[in-house]
Design a protein around this ligand. Structure first.
Ligand code: UGA
Length: 432
């Protein structure tokens, strides 16, 4: 049966959740307190890029199942009461690695004020272990259920409608009520875990730690592979045939970025510290990843003259998103620009965010271009950070003809082989 659902926060998680729940047939009332963002959503403009999401939001609005409000009070008035409140607000990392849950606490407080007595507050934001109990303690009248999200940017809608699992944490009765919202997934036999608050909260952090460690694992092997003259592409391909190892998250890179892995691994470390557990393993993942982002720097400083410029291809932390948060492109740009290099950057989607970042951090000698050719023409080195399809399709001979003499190609995602890059005339370095 269709429900009235209030989704608090129209960021990445909130908007995907709201649009998909509306697509399941529910009436979804989204609360976004930023008036500019809210107005742009009402006008049909999304504040970020995610494939298929604009269409889904448009469909929901056209069917009058998706609407936007400034406060929980306004949304619940319009809905004449909501049974479920999905809290999808940010939990930014503090400098000590702890997650700032103040926005979650404020949202839950609003829910407690404006919800009916049988309402459930569903925590979708990624929170430290113990947050659901903290919220329940602060608002004894609230029933709280964890429902951590496992969406990947760029694939978020598919991940929502065809999840490998849905995790619900809290009392059995409350979890079963939330499960009913996901009727289409129950009918299609998707796996549900109904567990305790702590298990749900830890499962989210643990999953991201596991994936982030795999990326660091393959990058560690990549470094040795580089030193030995072995091929990390082949080493990884061989490893991936072993079903015990599995096939995914074993592609060498300049390290993981984004708004989730770095923050969640840090949060895991913090949780260990708080509970007297040695976080050596998780801490080493963070430490290793930071150095991986700068893998090419030593070679660039040694071999690339400062009189030319460096073309940076890809600033988003991965393809199919315009998100640059914690992207290796930021660490690379910061280091090279402050070492006196001129940088010409191009990304198919994230130029605006990257430009704002340059301005905000006063990074010298960096320009953004709307066309790849403008960034590449005359470059002394080309650094590929993001494996956009557009870059995979590059004709290397053509690229080489645009660049300066003795141009070096730094392939941060190993999208080309050494032999084809060298055949086109580049001096090549990959990530292993
Ligand atoms: C990640 C998780 O995959 C989601 O399950 C989770 O819901 C989400 O975080 C979250 O916590 O919200 P996301 O940050 O969108 O999703 O990105 P991923 O596709 O997982 O990639 C993360 C980083 O690892 C990227 O920088 C990517 O380039 C890198 N990566 C991934 C590699 O370097 N090599 C690989 O083989 C795979």
């Amino acid at each position: 049966m269709n429900k009235n659902i209030c989704v608090i926060g129209a960021g990445y998680v909130g908007l995907v959740t709201a649009a998909c729940l509306a697509n399941f047939g529910h009436n979804v009332f989204v609360v976004e307190k930023d008036p500019t963002k809210r107005q742009s959503l009402i006008a049909g403009w999304l504040p970020f890029y995610e494939p298929g999401l604009a269409e889904l939001v448009g469909d929901g609005m056209e069917a009058a199942r998706l609407s936007f409000f400034g406060t929980v009070e306004e949304a619940t008035l319009q809905a004449k009461g909501c049974e479920f409140f999905f809290v999808c607000v940010g939990t930014p990392a503090g400098s000590d690695g702890s997650c700032d849950t103040s926005m979650v606490e404020a949202a839950a407080h609003d829910v407690a004020l404006f919800s009916r007595p049988d309402a459930i507050c569903v925590l979708k934001s990624t929170v430290p272990v113990g947050t659901a109990r903290l919220i329940s303690g602060q608002n004894p009248q609230l029933v709280v259920v964890n429902n951590p999200e496992f969406l990947k940017e760029g694939d978020a809608i598919a991940d929502f409608v065809k999840p490998e699992r849905v995790v619900l944490g809290g009392s059995r009765e409350a979890c079963e009520r939330v499960q009913k919202i996901y009727g289409p997934l129950v009918r299609n036999d998707h796996k549900f875990f109904l567990v305790s608050h702590e298990t749900a909260e830890l499962s989210k952090l643990a999953s991201n730690l596991a994936l982030a460690s795999r990326v660091s694992l393959i990058n560690q092997i990549g470094r040795l592979s580089q030193a030995l003259g072995a091929s990390i592409r082949d080493v990884s391909a061989i490893m991936r045939t072993d079903s015990r190892i599995g096939t995914r998250y074993l592609f060498a890179s300049l390290g993981f970025g984004g708004s989730c892995f770095p923050k969640d691994v840090l949060s895991f470390v913090r949780q260990c510290e708080l509970h007297g557990v040695d976080p050596a393993f998780a801490r080493s993942v963070i430490h290793f990843n930071e150095s991986q982002k700068l893998l090419f720097i030593e070679d660039i400083l040694k071999n690339v003259p400062k009189k030319g410029h460096i073309a940076l291809l890809g600033t988003a932390f991965k393809p199919n998103t315009d998100d640059i948060r914690d992207s290796p492109s930021l660490a690379i740009t910061n280091t090279l620009a402050h070492s006196g290099y001129e940088i010409k950057a191009y990304d198919p989607k994230s130029n605006a965010h990257f430009f704002n970042w340059i301005m905000e951090h006063k990074i010298p000698n960096v320009d953004c271009y709307d066309v790849m050719q403008s960034a590449v023409e005359g470059a002394s080195a080309v650094v590929i950070v993001t494996e956009w399809q557009e870059f995979r399709g590059i004709d290397l001979a053509m690229l080489h003809s645009l660049t300066a003499e003795n141009c070096r190609l730094y392939d941060g995602k190993n999208i080309f082989s050494r032999s084809e890059a060298e055949a086109a005339g580049f001096i090549y370095m990959g990530t292993g």
